[in-house]
Write a protein that binds this ligand. Sequence first.
Ligand code: URP
Ligand code: ZN
Ligand code: ZN
Length: 469
Amino acid sequence: MPRTPRTAIRGGLLVTATDETPADVLIEDGRVAALAAPGSAYAAGWTAERTIDATGRYVVPGGVDGHTHMELPFGGTYASDTFETGTRAAAWGGTTTIVDFAVQTRGRTLREGLDAWHAKADGRCAIDYAFHMILSDVHEGTLKEMDLLVSEGVTSFKLFMAYPGVFYSDDGQILRAMQRAAGNAGLIMMHAENGIAIDVLVEQALAEGRTDPRHHGEVRRALLESEATHRAVQLARVADCPLYVVHVSAQEAVAELARARDLGLPVFGETCPQYLYLSADNLAEPDFEGAKYVCSTPLRPREHQAALWRALRTDDLQVVSTDHCPFCFTGQKELGRGDFSKIPNGLPGVEHRMDLLHQAVVDGRISRRRWIELACAAPARMFGLYPRKGTIAPGSDADIVVYDPAARQTLSAADHHMNVDYSAYEGRQVTGQVRTVLSRGEVVLDERRYTGRAGHGRYLPRDPCQYLT
Ligand code: URP
Ligand code: ZN
Ligand code: ZN
């Protein structure tokens, strides 16, 4: 393994979830060796083989995206980013760790699913990666395997209250998995939508000729997200287990989480940039363009966004991840022409999360430190990777982004790096841009020139959720 050169990042404003201070960052053997007052380390005789000038820029931790789906099989096709293309795009966007979802296929073991995901990712990632495990077939054998996986560093399990016949678990299966997680320190992640009721509404809509993409949003009613969220919280209380609700989009679901947290329950939630910036208006775009925005939970009417932003400020939601799950418009989203239920669910976004959240800083919605909390520190803690990831502190991996807060850019499929033929944010102007990215001390993006490589990224076994210890 080649040694990474002793590196200094000089002259920037260091921003972590807890501090903002002008500081030089000194890097040795891929880790942060020290933080120093500007210029002081050099004055004291510290030498660097490589110096990165961060004058006028922020120096922030690499992003931790706790929810991605590279190569996910869905709806008869596969998410279009491989681990190679998706992690490269993540690096371009300042994300240096992803936690992707390995899938248990029905009738198969967790081990088989996990091995299959290792085989997809091994030797291909540009940045470090870890896995959650999707449980699609909860039975006694699955429950036993959960213990083994936790002991190996796969410490979180996603269950689905949606997608009957595919990923769906019933309440009994959910309760059993939660009881097991309560005993083995696993974290249950929940896709909270009442899929049984949604499927009735889907059938009725199609029978009435309501086949356009916008009906995807209409049948997946906010009430069916909040009902499922409420049910998940109550089941977690019965099992005495922590709960993390993924891709929260409805204000009513946020209210359920806030109520649970007000009771002091170990209930957590994430939302995603698409729910903060896009809306049901996009789903209603004509000529089937709305298919580009089909994901579940669905985009909601714009009015829901204020509740999401508020929850991000008040900590009723702790994490922003992307749920990156791209499908090309041509040939993939098009599978659902004439039947919205056949449009593969998911949006591309792994490249844009850091920038879109920085835009919220520019817009005065969140502070700089909250930006880093939501995008780096909280997901690292939630998924047992802190302080190795999610911060810049002595001993941490030198996963570092040099960020220009004043650069202006226009997001577009014309120059993004995700392997997908459209951008959900086409034409959106944002202020702020990732300039240089280090992953374990190796420069993978150098003033917007890609210098990374497939295979640099390492698999990360994880500790249990660090909000509970
Ligand atoms: O539409 C989505 N979210 N696709 C990815 C699978 C999931 O439910 O997270
Ligand atoms: Zn989901
Ligand atoms: Zn997802």
